[in-house]
Design a protein around this ligand. Structure first.
Ligand code: URA
Length: 433
C-alpha cells in the first residue's frame, strides 16, 4: 500500500477501506507518512467527506493508535465531557469542579486551542505553576484522592489524533464532520470513561455553523459511542456569540471562578447547569434533571465547587490562593475600551471573528509551535440583544502589542452588527439527545 494512492483515491471521491485507514493511521503515528501527505489527505477528506463506516473505522484506528487508559481502580461511574469547541468556552473549568463537588469522579483529559477556538489546557496554564502533564499514575491517584484531575492528552493516548489535531489546526481542515467526530470520539474511547456527555456547538463560532450539521455531528458521535458500549448524551448548544463575556485564556479563568462563586454570566451558568445535570444523570448521582440541578446549585452556594477547583489547582502545582484571588493572575499591559460607532441593539456578533481577534492579539496559535499569550483577549460589555449608546462600551480589549491591538480593534468592530431593531432571541440550549 502507498499513501500516494490513498490520497488519489480519496481526492477522486473513493471510499477508503478499513485496512487502508488502519495503514494510514498506523504509519502516520509512527512517522513513516510525512505531514505533507497527511495534510493532503485531510484536505481530500475535507472536500470528499467520509461515510459512516469510514468515520467509525477512522475513530477506532485512532483510539487504538496508543494506550487505552484504565480507570477501573477509581470507584463509581466515570463520566467524561467534551465540547466540539467554541469561543469563550471555559465550561470544563467550572463544570469539572461543580460535578466533582457532587461526588462524581472527574478524570478529564483536555485539549489545546484549535483554529479560532480556545482549549482548556491552555487556559489552565494561566495559573502559575499549574502542571497539565501528569503521569497516568499521578492522574489516577489525584482523582482517587480529591475527586478531580484535568490534564493534557498524554502522548500515549490516541497519539494519531494528537498529531492530526495539530496538523488540521494549521491546514484549514478542522471543520469537517467526520474529522471532528473521529477526533473527539477516539480520545474519549481511549480515555476510559463509562459515559460521555457531548456539548455540540452550533452557530457562527462553532465548527458546524448550521443546526442540521450540528445535529448530524451529535448523532454520529452518539452512535459511535453507543456501538462501543458507552452511555451517551449530547447537548446541542448555541455558539452564535461568545459564551459568557470573557474571551481569552486568563480572562476566561476569572469568569469560570466567578461562576463557581455564583456570580457568573447567565448563559454560561445555564450551560454548566444543563451539562452538569446530564453528567450527574449518566453517573447515577441524581434521578431527575431537577434533582441534579439542585445538587449543582447547592455545590456552588456552599462554596464546595470553588474549593474543588482550589484543590485541583494546588494538587497540580499551582496556588489555591490564585483561585480565591484571581485578580492576582497576570494582566495584559494595555486595556482598551472599544466603543460603539452608533446607538442601537447588538444584532449579531460574528463569533468566529471574535475568536480570530483574540488569536491576532496572541491568544491562540497560527502555527503549531506558537507560544500563546495567556493575558490577552476581550471582555464583552454588550451581548446580542442588549442596547448600546453611541460611544458606549462594546468590549474591553486586553493586549500587549499596540499594532496588533489596532488591527484587532478594527476586526472586532467589523464583527459586531448594531441596528435599530432588537433581534429575535436564540435559545442557548437547542436540544438534548
Ligand atoms: N475538538 C476535538 O477534540 N477535535 C476536533 O476535531 C474538534 C474539536
Amino acid at each position: 500500500m502507498r499513501m500516494y494512492d490513498l490520497i488519489l483515491k480519496k481526492r477522486n471521491g473513493g471510499e477508503l477501506t478499513k485496512p487502508e485507514i488502519d495503514y494510514m493511521i498506523r504509519n502516520y503515528t509512527d512517522g513513516k507518512i510525512p505531514d505533507y501527505q497527511m495534510a493532503a489527505m485531510m484536505m481530500a477528506i475535507y472536500f470528499r467527506g467520509m461515510n459512516e463506516r469510514e468515520t467509525a473505522d477512522l475513530t477506532l484506528a485512532m483510539a487504538d493508535s496508543g494506550d487505552r487508559l484504565d480507570l477501573s481502580d477509581i470507584p463509581g461511574i466515570k463520566v467524561d465531557k467534551h465540547s466540539t469547541g467554541g469561543v469563550g468556552d471555559k465550561t470544563s473549568m467550572a463544570l469539572g469542579p461543580m460535578t466533582a463537588a457532587c461526588g462524581l469522579p472527574v478524570a478529564k483529559m483536555s485539549g489545546r486551542g484549535l483554529g479560532h477556538t480556545g482549549g482548556t489546557i491552555d487556559k489552565l496554564e494561566s495559573f502559575p505553576g499549574f502542571r497539565t502533564e501528569l503521569s497516568e499514575e499521578q492522574f489516577r491517584r489525584q482523582v482517587r484522592d480529591i475527586g478531580i484531575a484535568i490534564m493534557g492528552q498524554t502522548a500515549d493516548l490516541a497519539p494519531a489524533d494528537k498529531k492530526l489535531y495539530a496538523l488540521r489546526d494549521v491546514t484549514g481542515t478542522v471543520d469537517n464532520m467526520s474529522l471532528i467526530a473521529s477526533s473527539i470520539m477516539s480520545k474519549k474511547l481511549a480515555a476510559g470513561a463509562d459515559a460521555i456527555v457531548l456539548d455540540v456547538k452550533t452557530g457562527s463560532g462553532a465548527f458546524m455553523k448550521e443546526e442540521a450539521d450540528s445535529r448530524a455531528l451529535a448523532e454520529a458521535m452518539v452512535d459511535i459511542g453507543r456501538k462501543t458500549g458507552r452511555k451517551m448524551a449530547a447537548v446541542i448548544s448555541d455558539m452564535d456569540q461568545p459564551l459568557g463575556r470573557a474571551v481569552g485564556n486568563a480572562l476566561e479563568v476569572r469568569e469560570a471562578i466567578d461562576t463557581l462563586r455564583g456570580q457568573g454570566p447567565r448563559d454560561f451558568t445555564e450551560l454548566c447547569l444543563t451539562l452538569g445535570s446530564q453528567m450527574l444523570l449518566c453517573g447515577e448521582r441524581a434521578k431527575t434533571p431537577e434533582e441534579a440541578r439542585e445538587l449543582l446549585q447547592e455545590a456552588i452556594r456552599s462554596g464546595r465547587a470553588l474549593e474543588k477547583l482550589a484543590d485541583m489547582v494546588e494538587a497540580q502545582g499551582g496556588s489555591r490562593e490564585d483561585v480565591y484571588h484571581p485578580e492576582n493572575l497576570a494582566n495584559a499591559s494595555l486595556q482598551i475600551r472599544i466603543t460603539a460607532p452608533d446607538s442601537g441593539y447588538i444584532r449579531h456578533i460574528a463569533c468566529d471573528e471574535i475568536g480570530m481577534c483574540s488569536l491576532m492579539l496572541g491568544g491562540g496559535r497560527e502555527k503549531k509551535e506558537d507560544v500563546i499569550d495567556l493575558t490577552v483577549g476581550f471582555e464583552l460589555c454588550r451581548k446580542v440583544g442588549e442596547y448600546v449608546e453611541k460611544g458606549g462600551c462594546l468590549a474591553v480589549m486586553h493586549a500587549n502589542d499596540p499594532d496588533r491591538a489596532a488591527a484587532a480593534r478594527e476586526r472586532f468592530l467589523n464583527a459586531v452588527e448594531i441596528g435599530a431593531e432588537k433581534p429575535a432571541e436564540r435559545p442557548l440550549i437547542v436540544d438534548i439527545r
